[in-house]
Write a protein that binds this ligand. Structure first.
Ligand SMILES: Cc1cc2nc3c(=O)[nH]c(=O)nc-3n(C[C@H](O)[C@H](O)[C@H](O)COP(=O)(O)OP(=O)(O)OC[C@H]3O[C@@H](n4cnc5c(N)ncnc54)[C@H](O)[C@@H]3O)c2cc1C
Length: 271
C-alpha cells in the first residue's frame, strides 16, 4: 500500500527540487505506477501548476514538458508530421486511452522501466532530457544513470530529417510488451546513419548506431542479414513472457520489417 504524509502543490521548480531532497519525498507524475507500489511517502510533490503540461514546437526542437500525458504525445500533430505514425504506434498499446490521459512523459522517462515503449521510441530519436539540477543530457546517457533526487523538467527531441518506425510484440493486447523495437534513419554528422533501439529485452531499451549505407534496393535476404547482425549486438534475458532466444528472434523479425518499411518509403519518394 502507498501511504502519503503531506501533499504539496509547488509554485516553482526550485521549491519542488528542495522538497524532493528529503529521502521520503517523491515527485508525482500521473501516479499510475507509483500508486501500485508499497511505500511510505513523507511528502508528495505535485508539479501540475508549473506549466510543464505542454509540447512546445520551435524551428529546431519539440520540447515536451514532464507533466504532458502520453495521450498528448500520441495525438500531437507536429510529431506526427515529422515522424509519421511511429510515435502514436509506440503509445497506443499502453493499457487504454484513460490510462494514457493520466500517465506522464516525465514519470515514464524518469522511471527508465525495462518494459517501456516510450523509452524505446524516444531513445532512437535525437532526444535529450532537461534535468533541474543536472542540466541537459542525452537520453542515451540518462538511461544508464542511477535514479537520484533530480527532477526531470522536459524531454527535448531535436528536429532532424529522419525516418522513424516503431513495433512491439505483446502476447495479449494491452499487456506489457515481450519486445519493443525502433528503427530510425537519417543523415547524422554528415553520414547516413541507422539508429536501432530495442527494449523489453526484458532489460531497458538500449541504442545502437550504425553508419551504414544500405542499398535502397536491398533484397529481403540482405535485410535479414543486417537485422541479424543488429539483433546479435543486444543482450536478452528470459522471464515469464519469453526466453532470451525468442526475444532475439523477435528482434531480428521486427528490425527487418522496420528497415524494409523505411526503404520502401525512400523508394516511393524517388518515383
Ligand atoms: C498497469 C500498467 C501497465 C503499463 N504498461 C505499460 C506498457 O505496456 N508500456 C509502457 O511503455 N509503459 C507502461 N506502463 C508505464 C506507464 O506508461 C508510465 O510510464 C508509468 O505509469 C509512469 O508514469 P506516471 O506518470 O504514472 O508516473 P508516476 O507513477 O507518478 O511516477 C513514477 C516515478 O517517477 C518519478 N517521477 C515522476 N515524474 C517525475 C519527474 N518529472 N521528475 C522526477 N521524477 C519523476 C516518481 O517520483 C516515481 O518514482 C504501465 C504502467 C502500469 C501501471
Amino acid at each position: 500500500m502507498l501511504t502519503i504524509g503531506n501533499y504539496v502543490k509547488v509554485k516553482t521548480l526550485e521549491e519542488a527540487y528542495e522538497l524532493n531532497q528529503a529521502r521520503n519525498s517523491r515527485i508525482m507524475g500521473g501516479m499510475m505506477w507509483m500508486r501500485l507500489g508499497n511505500a511510505r511517502v513523507k511528502t508528495i510533490i505535485d508539479m501540475s501548476e508549473l506549466g510543464l503540461n505542454e509540447i512546445e514546437e520551435t524551428d529546431h526542437v519539440f520540447r515536451i514538458g514532464a507533466m504532458c500525458t502520453l495521450r498528448q504525445l500520441e495525438e500531437h500533430e507536429g510529431l506526427r508530421k515529422f515522424y509519421g505514425d511511429g510515435i502514436a504506434e509506440s503509445l497506443r498499446h499502453i493499457v487504454g486511452v484513460q490510462f494514457r490521459n493520466q500517465a506522464t512523459v516525465g514519470g515514464s522517462i524518469y522511471g527508465r522501466y525495462g518494459f517501456s515503449d516510450v523509452l524505446t521510441a524516444l531513445l532512437a530519436l535525437d532526444t535529450f532530457v532537461e534535468l533541474y539540477n543536472g542540466g541537459t543530457v542525452r537520453l542515451s546517457e540518462f538511461v544508464n544513470r542511477k535514479a537520484d533526487k533530480d527532477i526531470l523538467v522536459s524531454v527535448i527531441v531535436r528536429k532532424s530529417k529522419r525516418k522513424f518506425r516503431y513495433e512491439s510484440i505483446r502476447q495479449t493486447k494491452t499487456d506489457f510488451p515481450v519486445l519493443t523495437c525502433s528503427v530510425v534513419t537519417g543523415i547524422y554528422r554528415g553520414q547516413e546513419s541507422w539508429f536501432f533501439s530495442v527494449g523489453a529485452r526484458p532489460m531497458k531499451a538500449a541504442l545502437l548506431e550504425k553508419q551504414w549505407e544500405i542499398p535502397k534496393d536491398a533484397t529481403d535476404e540482405q535485410l535479414t542479414e543486417y537485422a541479424k547482425r543488429v539483433a546479435a549486438e543486444f543482450t536478452y534475458g528470459s522471464n515469464m513472457r519469453g526466453s532470451a532466444e525468442y526475444r532475439q528472434h523477435l528482434a531480428e523479425v521486427l528490425l527487418r520489417r522496420e528497415m524494409r518499411s523505411i526503404l520502401d518509403e525512400y523508394n516511393a519518394e524517388e518515383k
